[in-house]
Write a protein that binds this ligand. Structure first.
Ligand SMILES: N[C@H](CCC[C@H](N)C(=O)O)C(=O)O
Length: 290
């Protein structure tokens, strides 16, 4: 079957965006993986699916599939591409929309300068809801945050990393490192992603504090590996840094693929993510796997 898609990115985190209102889209994990493959398919970190919402007050439903084929709860960079896509395709004449996701309603808004600001909702800080199993772990309070020790096994060597754990609808484990460029992201990222204390796996963030309003961030994403930017990862890192007393809102986040800005007014308040959304090309693909 032929599928129309739009290739987009948000600060280098790249997406295949699909209108499932005017096309029939019902793929298996294997088909999503095939679409995301950078050699045999279109190639993307995530696939974003646009549907009509049945939820009162919502304009659209937004489904997200990682390049490993798994459906997930949230994607911040994708939310910016989503609102640009529906505006460009004439699926709405509104610049600010309410979008239903697996983890609740988010509200992206197209700004006059072409950037997009997304109300990502409030962070979830209760470990059990992340979900994170704290059984057998001794948390260490730091400010209003708690640092949790994760034991990692690396080539027979044991290493413990201290992480902040929270959810932006999807799970995040964030650690502070001296220098993101020399941080062992490729080595420890997968070990954290698959750590047994995270029953749904986890996105692993590596944050370098530049000053109280500026961080550098790399994220080894659940189900996608390291990406050039992670919107929910940027939200999680800034929330963790503010709770630890290391950062003041708003915070500039330098990802490898571009710059994001995060604002958070504190406990119970929504996190605002601002950044670019770029359309790269339109395409059509005949999906071989049925
Ligand atoms: N890999 C993430 C989903 C994509 C998040 C990221 N691309 C963003 O911009 O938030 C997860 O499994 O939770």
């Amino acid at each position: 079957m032929k599928l129309k898609f739009t290739k987009m990115h948000g600060a280098g985190n790249d997406f295949v965006v699909i209108d499932a209102i005017n096309q029939q889209v019902d793929f298996s994990p294997a088909q999503w993986q095939a679409l995301a493959d950078r050699r045999f398919g279109v190639g993307a970190d995530q696939m974003l699916v646009v549907e009509k919402s049945t939820q009162a007050g919502c304009d659209f439903r937004y489904r997200i599939f990682n390049s490993d084929g798994g459906e997930v709860e949230q994607c911040g960079n994708g939310a910016r591409a989503f609102v640009k896509f529906v505006a460009e395709k004439g699926l709405t004449d509104r610049r600010s929309i309410a979008v239903e996701t697996m983890s609740g309603v988010i509200s992206p808004r197209l700004e006059d300068d072409g950037s997009v600001t997304v109300d990502m909702g409030a962070p979830v800080l209760e470990p059990a809801l992340v979900p994170f199993d704290t059984e057998g772990l001794q948390g260490q309070p730091e400010g209003r945050d708690t640092l949790w020790p994760l034991m990692l096994e690396l080539g027979g060597e044991k290493e413990t990393v201290l992480v902040s754990v929270l959810s932006m609808g999807n799970p995040h484990a964030v650690q502070v490192v001296a220098d993101t460029e020399t941080a062992p992201v490729e080595l420890t990222g997968p070990l954290i992603e698959h750590h047994p204390h995270f029953p749904k796996r986890v996105n692993a963030g590596f944050m370098q504090i530049v000053d109280r309003g500026h961080i550098r961030l790399r994220v080894f994403e659940r189900g996608a590996g390291e990406t050039l930017a992670c919107g929910t990862g940027a939200c999680a890192a800034v929330v963790a840094g503010i709770r630890r007393g290391l950062l003041d809102s708003p915070v500039r986040v330098d990802a490898r693929g571009g710059q994001l800005s995060i604002a958070w007014a504190g406990e119970g308040q929504p996190v605002y993510l601002t950044g670019p959304a770029v359309t790269v090309f339109e395409g059509e693909i005949e999906l071989a796997i049925n």
